[in-house]
Each structure stands twice: as C-alpha cells, then as structure tokens.
Write a protein that binds this ligand. Structure first.
Ligand SMILES: Cc1ncc(COP(=O)(O)O)c(C=O)c1O
Length: 941
C-alpha cells in the first residue's frame, strides 16, 4: 500500500500528513489493550455492580418485553444495526418500509396525519414541538408571542429540557395548572402530558379550545401504549403529539437509546423536525420509498434551519414499529388492558389499606398520598422494588408489561403494616373503571395489513429477513461515507448490551443500584478527556448535533458569567456541516460565514476581517478538524489564536476525531470545547440513522457550564430548580450504548486507538493514490496527501458526458457498494472515507469499481455509449429489470448486473430502480397507503 502511495515508510506518511506543529508529543495515557475474551469477563464483573430491581418508577421509562424474534434478528443483528441513514433509497427499502410502519403506527395511535421517523427522546421532542410552534407564529427578528405554557404536571426532565431550549431564543416559559391558567394572545402555544406526571388522565378538550381561540397551538406529550385505550390527541384537537416509543419493546438501558415520536397536523408538514419517510415511485413506475422532503435536511437549510436534528433513533424506531407489527392492534390493546387492570387492582388494594390517591382517573400509574414515606421505602428496598418518591410525601407506582400477579403482592406489601397478610381481588372480566368514558378510545388503529400479517414467529422472522435483505449494510461491503465514519462495530463491543444488568436499569434508579454504570461512565469520561486533551466531559448529548448545541451553551454560559451577554456572533466556515449553523441559531447566536480558499483552507484574511468586524460581539468559531474537506490545516493554531485574541471561544466539531486520536487533540490545537460523535470515531453503529451519542469535552474554564439535569445521579435526587440546563431527557443520554465506546477503547488500548487513526490515514491515501490518475482529487495537504478521507470531483463529467455525481452513486450499487457521501461538502462530488476497518482486498474492490465506472464514463465521452441511455443513467439495475423478457438497452445484461468478476461471487441486488425524488415530494404520503393502493400498483407492473 505504501508503494502505491509512493512512500517507503508508514511513519513518514503520517509525518507528512499531520502537521508537526499540532502533533501530540507524549503518548496517550490509556490502559493497555484487553483481548475480547478478557474484556467480556471484565464487563460482566462490572455489570454485577448494577442491581436489577423491579422498577415502578415510570416517568417516561417502563420495563418491557423485547420479543426474542426482534432481539435476535434486529437488535443483535449487524444486518440491521450497521446500516447507514437511508439516503441511497434503492438499497434501503427494508428499513424505509419499517420506518414507514413506524410513522403509520404513530399517526394511527395519536390520531394525527403526519409523523416523522423518530427524534432523540421525549424531552427533546417536546422542545421541538415548542420551537416549531414558536417559529410558526414569530418572525426571526420580531417576537410577537413570546410565551409558552407548560402544565406543571409534565415530566420534570421534559420541563428541564424545555427551559434549556427556551431561554436562548427568547421564549418565556410559564408553568401552571392547565385547568386554571389564563391564555392570551401573548402565548404561541402550550404543552400538557397525557396521562400526566402523576398518572392522571385529564380531559384537555376545553383547554385546547382556549389556546386555539387565542391563536396558539397545543402539544401533548403522551404514551403510545395508553393511546390504545385513550382517545387520541388528534381527536382532542392537539396540534402535536410527542413522546417516547421506548415501552414498545426497547430496553430501558439506563436512559436509552429509545426512539421519540412526533406527529402533527398537515399544516406543519413543511416544518416538522426530523426525517420523514415518504412513498414515491422508481424509474419503472413501481412503488418505492425514500426520505421525503430531503431538501429540508439541515445540510441545505444551514442557519435557516428550525431544528438541528440529524442523527435520530432509527434502529429503535424500527424495533418499536416491529413490536407493533408483531403484536398488532389486539396484542397491544391486550397488553395495555392487562396493565390497566393490574394498576386498578393495586390501587383498590392500596385504597383499602387507607391510602388516598392523587387522581382516580389513570391508566398504568397511580400516585399514593402517604404519611410515612420512609417506612414504605424501606419495605420496597427490602423487596428489591423501586417506587417513585415525590417531594411532598407522594409515591408513584407505574406498572408495565413485565408486571406479574406475584409482583402485586410485593407492591401492596410495601403499604401494609407487615402484620396483616396481603390480599387483593382481581377479576379478569372487570371493566376498566378508571379510564373516563369521555376519554375512551373508539377509533380503530393499526388496520393496515402489515400489522396483522406477521403474528407467528416464523412469519415475523421471515418478514425481518425480507426487510434486511433489501438493505446494504456493513455485512455486505464497505460503506465509505466521508464524514460519517462507518467503521466496524465489533461483536464483542455489542454483546453486553443485551445483558439485563445493563439493559434493565432505569435512568432514575437510586445511585446505590447503578455502581456498574457509574464506573464505566466515569472511566469513559476520563478516557475522552485524555484523548481530547480537555479537562471535563458531559456524556449527556444524544447525537453530534446535540453535542454542538450543548457545547455552544457552555460558551454562552461562560460569556454570560463574565457579564458579556452581548457576545453572540458565531463564525462558521462555509465548509461546515449544516448542523453547525443550525445549532448556533438554536443557541441564540447570529451566524457569520467565513470563506474558504481554493485549496479548501479557511480564508485567514476573511476570518481576520470578520473577527475584527465583530470583535465586540464575538462569541466564537466552530471549526471541524481535519476540515470537512479532509485536510489538516497547518494554519489551525493561528485561527484559534485570532479568535481568542478577540475574546471568542473555539468550538471544534469532532466528526473527524478519528483522524486525530493519538496524533493530535482539540486541546492541542487551541479549541476550548468539542463534541465527539461516538457513533463515528468510537464505534457505536449507525443503526440506519441512529442511535448516536455526542458527548462534549471542555477546558476547565467551561466546565461549570456543562449540561445539568433535574436528576442528580450521584445522590439520586431531583433538584427542582427552574434554571436547569439539561439537553437530554436522561442524565447520561443513551447511556447503554456508551458501553460500546468504552469497549472500543479498552480492547484497542493505548496503542490501538492511535494505530486506528494511522490506518485510517493509510487506507484513505491508498485509495486516493489508486484513483488519482483517473479522477480529480480535491483539496490535498501541503505534501499532496489526504487525511482520513478525500473528495473526488465528478463535476467534469457533467460537461464531458452529461454524467452527474448521482449517476456514479447509483452505478456503484450495481457493483455492490454503497455510495460515498454525495455532494457534501462540495456539490457534485463524492467524499470517500474507508476507515481503518477495511482490508486491502475490500479497498481494491471499491477502487476497481470506481475505475471501471470511469471507463464507462469514457465510453460516453467518446460517443461509444449513448448520453441518455447508458449503464450509468439507468443504474441501479434490479433483478426484475435484468431478468425481464424484454431487454432493449444498448448494453448487455451482464454489463448491467455483473460488471466485474468479483460481483458474481456476492451480488447485492437493489430492490427498486432509481427512485424519483420529486414525485414523492409533490405527492407527500408518509404513512402506509390503504391496501387499494397496493392493488393498483400490482396491476401496473
Ligand atoms: C461534520 C459533521 N458535524 C456534525 C454532524 C452531526 O452529527 P449527528 O448526525 O450525530 O447529529 C455530522 C454528521 O454527519 C458531521 O458529519
């Protein structure tokens, strides 16, 4: 490989590539590598420090039964968890179908027509609803309606995140009782919880009418399982329904990952945050799914974006929708009824013991008014039970799918005098007396055949396999997505996630029970600080973009603490990822764009001029390093000096951290804060568009402004202070997947993490060297090398052969490959990032494919192939097209489907032809169509 690159030695390549001025002088201080076998023993031992109590805490997190068929075939299956976001729709139809099922499920259960395919958690989903309403009724530069009403009985963690998100953009949160508050035209909206924080099922109809009469909108945070029995929010008049789909078969995981859902009325379809899956057609006129309204994605909208959501929770949305597919409407209703009946039974028994309840209208949660909470708590702990303890001598009990009749004895026993025997009476035929008649669901849901066709394990297993087969994942071939870092997600890293000592932990369990998690999270924070050369870390943000937001808030907090509230200008290079400006706007900042030079470097003169111009208001700069063009700019230190010289702070986007680990560090190049996409550098799988984790590391002066949380895991207490700064619902975000990054660091060890960086550079340079005679490579470093990724310019082919970057991307599918990153950061290009995980054989296959495609382009350039009707324009080729009796194309079927020898050994067929993007957007359909639509489609084939 070095010979191909033209280097004789490995360290010379690295020295040429990474500028000496920023190199790390000393080796990292991380533990030595463990073997996989050693690691699995190690993590098992630590897991036993977590105590798995029975959790009746609720508060948005409920134990659940993951059907084994889903656990084994999805959660533990690289065919599902290593997928990328479904931008290449032709090789993503499986997960697109499953996500469309998710949207259908959410839309049906909430009674609202448009649903997205997941947000990060319930609290941020509520915040997205708030900002969507805010932007709908207020202009960017003029706020007419600043107020947002928050009912006091919504979950504390949701309140916490709403506060965080409201303050920077000028929203005034008013907390009160929905039943007695006065709403006027200063309010742009309101949020209520259904059932609420205390479990009470309230009728919000007249409240919603009042808010509407004042011209505002209403969001309802809600629970999908409860909605199988309750009148859906849409029928009550709500404009948005949001919440967590966790209890649909997704383990607690100490806070996540879980998919949040969000549904709304048609009026908001152009402003709904997150990704929507839509129905379109392919080049043959057949039904094909795709991400709808892709141009709404933050990459395009930059600072005009109303949300920074990029990575969401696709894998968990798939699990939740598959849970609904497996159980169907009857199954879900039965689960819900059983829980409601057990809750009613528990409530009656506790009532009989002389306790009063806060509300008589409930689904799965009751709140008991107690005098001697300590005595009850002692009995609960003795029986390994966690109840929810409110400040005011109230105790919450939330039952779930895992609760058994035996469990009821133990729960009720907590409320007895320890003398009398526990008794209760249960009548399976009794009606649910505590769900008010006026709020009892009458409308059908999940009527689409997909929710009844796969009820046996055999059928379900085959359905899952059929979906998986349509998707190209890392278990087929490399996915060389620049900036996205699709590296190996090793099996030994993943295995512990299904162990109950990690998966069944409630995020608000008392600290004494979560010592295993505490140990891992503390160690991981230390490792990340060591790797970044920073001093403190927050593991809370649930994605890279959330990390950006949290990091910018630390900068904001720092300036404010020095009386410099006016510092609100954020400089952002033109090449930045779209989430950067979007996050800055959410943090209440004004975005000023900095130009790039021809060679891709930040234009220092422009930077200086802008820093000068905004010196007084300068909050900081957001840079990506190596830049999104794949270059280590030697000038980076002067950039950070200029910003510091004007009193600004430097934010480093850590998406490219895999080109830094062990060689340099954000702290060394002069940054003050950075996020780390653990789902890139640190091996968390992409899951088809999430989960991810975006912890932030900071220098000590920013440490006081790291995200806080209403729940303090250290002492197990809720601190009800209206100035919390949480960015996620759970204190450690999607805590369970932090184990993967921990495992990555422990199994590679001190030397391995650095070698991974070096191999990533080697692999990228090898591919660059193999391709550079046939393609223009953009933006190389001073010595002609690239960092861990490089950009191939395809724009010349538009002129020479009318071939677009998209044609090349689609043709790669015929060669068995997922396209690299398309048109980011430069339109008309692809950005290739092989990562350290691929061997030479795979790199060669990809290069061979690219070189063969170059020959195909040459055929068009030389007039030997038609400009419109050629292998590239018609790509990808489905089995149906190639085997069809009719074949009138000016090239052979073999050229279409088996263009190189290696393809024959492992052919991956796209399941649809090229998908028509505009058709889908013009006719937006984002739930499963009625069966009649399928009938029409069949006949048109
Ligand atoms: C350079 C860069 N910054 C930020 C992000 C956003 O990260 P996330 O998708 O985890 O929110 C990405 C994601 O691809 C990225 O490539």
């Amino acid at each position: 490989m070095l010979k191909t690159i033209g280097e004789s030695n490995f360290s010379q390549l690295i020295d040429k590539t990474v500028p000496p001025g920023i190199r790390m002088k000393n080796a990292l201080k991380l533990p030595a590598a463990m073997s996989e076998f050693e690691y699995l023993q190690h993590i098992k031992e630590i897991s036993l420090q977590n105590l798995v109590f029975k959790n009746y805490i609720g508060q948005g997190y409920y134990d659940t039964v993951t059907p084994s068929v889903i656990l084994r075939n999805v959660f533990e299956n690289p065919g599902w968890y290593t997928q990328y976001t479904p931008y290449q729709a032709e090789i993503s139809q499986g997960r697109l179908e499953s996500l469309l099922n998710f949207q259908t499920m959410v839309s049906d259960l909430t009674g609202l027509p448009i649903a997205n395919a997941s947000l990060l958690d319930e609290a941020t989903a509520a915040a997205e609803a708030m900002t969507m309403f805010f932007n709908h009724l207020n202009k960017h530069d003029h706020i007419d309606r600043p107020k947002f009403f928050v009912d006091r009985e919504i979950f504390p963690q949701t309140k916490d995140v709403l506060h965080t998100r409201a303050i920077p953009i000028g929203i005034e949160i008013v907390i009160g009782d929905y039943a007695s508050t006065k709403i006027d035209e200063k309010y742009f909206g309101a949020i209520v919880q259904y059932p609420n924080n205390k479990g009470s099922v309230e009728d919000y109809r007249s409240f919603i009418a009042t808010v509407h009469a004042a011209g505002g909108f209403v969001a309802m945070a809600t629970d999908l399982l409860a909605l199988t029995l309750l009148t859906p929010p849409g029928e009550l008049g709500a404009d948005v329904a949001c919440g967590s789909a966790q209890r649909f078969g997704v383990p607690l995981g100490f806070g996540g990952p879980h998919a949040a859902f969000f549904s709304t009325k048609d009026d908001f379809k152009r402003s709904i945050p997150g990704r929507i899956i839509g129905v379109s057609i392919d080049a043959e006129g057949n039904r094909a799914l795709r991400m709808a309204l892709q141009t709404r994605e933050q990459h395009i909208k930059r600072e005009k974006a109303t949300s920074n959501i990029c990575t969401a929770q696709a894998l968990l949305a798939n699990m939740a929708s598959l849970y609904a597919v497996y159980h169907g409407a009857e199954g879900l209703t039965n689960i819900a009824k059983r829980i409601a009946l057990l809750t009613q039974t528990t409530a009656d028994a506790i009532n009989e013991l002389g306790f009063e309840l806060v509300s008589d209208q409930y689904f799965d949660t009751i709140t008991v008014i107690a005098k001697d909470v300590n005595a009850i708590r002692e009995k609960a702990i003795r029986q390994q039970i966690n109840l929810r303890y409110f400040d005011d001598n109230q105790i919450g009990i939330s039952l779930d799918e895992t609760t058994s009749l035996k469990d009821l004895y133990d729960i009720i026993n907590c409320f007895t005098n320890d003398v009398d025997a526990v008794t209760f009476f249960i009548d399976e035929d009794s009606t649910l007396e505590h769900i008010p008649g006026t709020l009892t669901r009458t409308s059908p849901f999940l009527t689409h055949p997909v929710f009844s066709a796969h009820r046996s394990e055999s059928q379900m297993m085959r359905y899952l396999k059929s979906l998986e087969n349509k998707d190209l994942s890392l278990n087929t071939s490399m996915i060389s997505l620049g900036s996205c870092t699709m590296k190996l997600n090793a099996a030994s890293e993943m295995i512990p996630l299904s162990w109950s000592h990690w998966s069944r932990m409630h995020p608000f369990a008392p600290a004494e029970q979560t010592k295993g998690y505490t140990q891992i999270l503390n160690e991981l924070s230390d490792y990340l600080c060591e790797i970044t050369a920073f001093d403190a870390c927050s593991l809370q943000p649930n994605s890279g973009a959330q990390g950006e937001y949290a990091g910018l808030l630390t900068i904001r907090g720092y300036h404010a603490s020095r009386g410099e509230h006016h510092r609100n200008v954020m400089l952002i290079p033109i090449s930045a990822h779209g989430t950067n400006p979007a996050s800055a706007v959410m943090a209440g900042m004004k975005v000023v764009v900095v130009k790039a030079l021809e060679n891709g470097y930040i234009d220092i003169d422009d930077l200086k001029a802008k820093a000068e111009q905004y010196s007084n208001e300068l909050s900081g700069i957001m840079i990506t390093y190596p830049s999104t063009y794949g270059v280590y700019e030697e000038t980076v230190k002067s950039i950070t000096d200029i910003i510091h010289g004007h009193g600004g702070q430097v934010y480093m986007d850590g998406a490219n951290m895999n080109a830094q680990v062990g060689l340099t560090a954000p702290g060394l190049i002069g940054a003050d804060v950075c996020h780390l996409n653990l789902h890139k550098t640190f091996s968390i799988p992409h899951g088809g568009g999430g989960p991810g984790m975006g912890p932030i590391c900071v220098k000590s002066h920013l440490a006081p402004y790291l995200p806080g949380h209403v729940y303090s895991p250290e002492d197990g207490k809720f601190q009800h202070d209206e100035q919390q700064t949480a960015v996620s619902a759970a204190p450690y975000g999607s805590a369970s997947i932090l184990l993967i990054s921990y495992a990555y660091i422990r199994m590679l060890g001190n030397d391995g993490v650095k070698l991974a960086t070096e191999y990533a550079i080697l692999n990228a340079n090898y591919m660059r060297a193999r391709l550079q005679d046939d393609f223009d490579i953009l933006y190389l470093g001073t010595h002609g090398t690239c960092a861990h990724e490089f950009i191939v310019d395809l724009r010349p082919f538009k002129k020479s052969a009318d071939i677009e970057a998209e044609d090349v991307a689609k043709r790669l599918i015929d060669y068995g490959f997922h396209a690299p990153t398309l048109s980011f950061p430069v339109p008309g290009t692809i950005m290739i990032e092989p990562t350290e995980s691929e061997d030479k054989g795979e790199l060669d296959r990809f290069c061979d494919a690219m070189l063969a495609i170059r020959k195909e382009i040459r055929q068009v350039e030389e007039g030997k192939a038609d400009k419109k009707n050629n292998v590239l324009k018609n790509a990808p080729h489905t089995q149906f097209v190639v085997i069809s009796d009719e074949w009138s194309r000016p090239y052979t079927r073999e050229t279409a489907a088996f263009p190189l020898e290696y393809v024959k050994a492992n052919k991956f067929w796209p399941s649809v032809s090229r998908v028509n993007n505009t058709h889908g957007d013009r006719n937006l359909i984002c739930t499963c169509e009625p069966v009649s639509a399928y009938a029409e489609e069949e006949t048109s084939r």
